[in-house]
Design a protein around this ligand. Sequence first.
Ligand SMILES: Cc1cc2nc3c(=O)[nH]c(=O)nc-3n(C[C@H](O)[C@H](O)[C@H](O)COP(=O)(O)OP(=O)(O)OC[C@H]3O[C@@H](n4cnc5c(N)ncnc54)[C@H](O)[C@@H]3O)c2cc1C
Length: 280
Amino acid sequence: MPFATFRRRFTLAFSRRVADTFVARGGTLSLGTSVREIVIEKGRVTGVNLAGGQFVPGDYVVPATDIHTTLEKLLGNAYPLKQFTLRDNDPSSYPLMTSVHVALAVDDELKGWNHSITFTCKPFVLANCTYHQLSLGNYAYEPSFSPPGSNVLTISLDTDYDYWKEQVRDRKGYKAAKENIYNSLFGVLEDKFPQLKGKITGLDIATPLTYERYCDAYRGSWMSYIITPKSKNLIYNGKIKGVKNLYMAGQWLMPPGGLPVAAMTGKWAIERIKKQEKIR
Ligand SMILES: Cc1cc2nc3c(=O)[nH]c(=O)nc-3n(C[C@H](O)[C@H](O)[C@H](O)COP(=O)(O)OP(=O)(O)OC[C@H]3O[C@@H](n4cnc5c(N)ncnc54)[C@H](O)[C@@H]3O)c2cc1C
């Protein structure tokens, strides 16, 4: 089986379990489309308009999109929330995190290697950032992730969103920047682990623009605002003043976000609907 097929299994099985449970419990999924706007009439949401123009009616709407997408695109900036505007205008107190995520195919099972390996290396510069150490994710523990005799390593590098935004102006520049990442990492890895020489191939690279393009993630951020000594705590209830039946969910409601927050805020949205409907 080619590596590409294995690669798709990384998160596919996880996503499928969530989707299958949703459908098994009576949910309907509309895939391959996006929501263009949330329709509100006289303070009540009546449904959503999809990108293709189709109107999907609803008694309640739970936008689980990035809060910036929800407020700016789906609600057309009609309901700005100062909690988020303040934070976006003060990035030194409320920084965001984004990264370049690299997956490498290795023609070696790497038996006996730890799941996670961190090592210092000769400093190297990539995409305007200097790195002194690398952390490897080693997927040898899961046989379905790679063909027999081989393995997958992942590397995550903190990066600068603006650098990548500049690169994408020119497709060639963007491609070259990605190639540069592969070549630098091959060099660092072969230096540290000479037994890997000639055995590493690039599988895939996600940049901040990948998160932006696939998930409409604000500045490619895959977490919410990072907690700093200057930042104030935020737990936002997901409601919008003047709109009765809309309850937002997602990681931005409770920085610094992450999967537990996404799941928890979804649950809270449903509990608020139950309360409104007087369902125990
Ligand atoms: C490499 C990596 C590793 C991570 N590791 C961890 C970890 O170990 N632990 C942890 O807690 N978190 C981790 N995270 C972070 C975690 O993935 C996020 O916190 C989480 O996905 C946020 O969930 P969310 O539902 O709020 O937003 P998202 O996952 O971004 O979901 C929003 C969804 O809305 C969709 N969307 C956008 N616009 C529209 C539209 N107009 N119409 C319809 N749909 C739309 C997007 O496509 C997306 O699927 C990691 C992230 C990355 C990238």
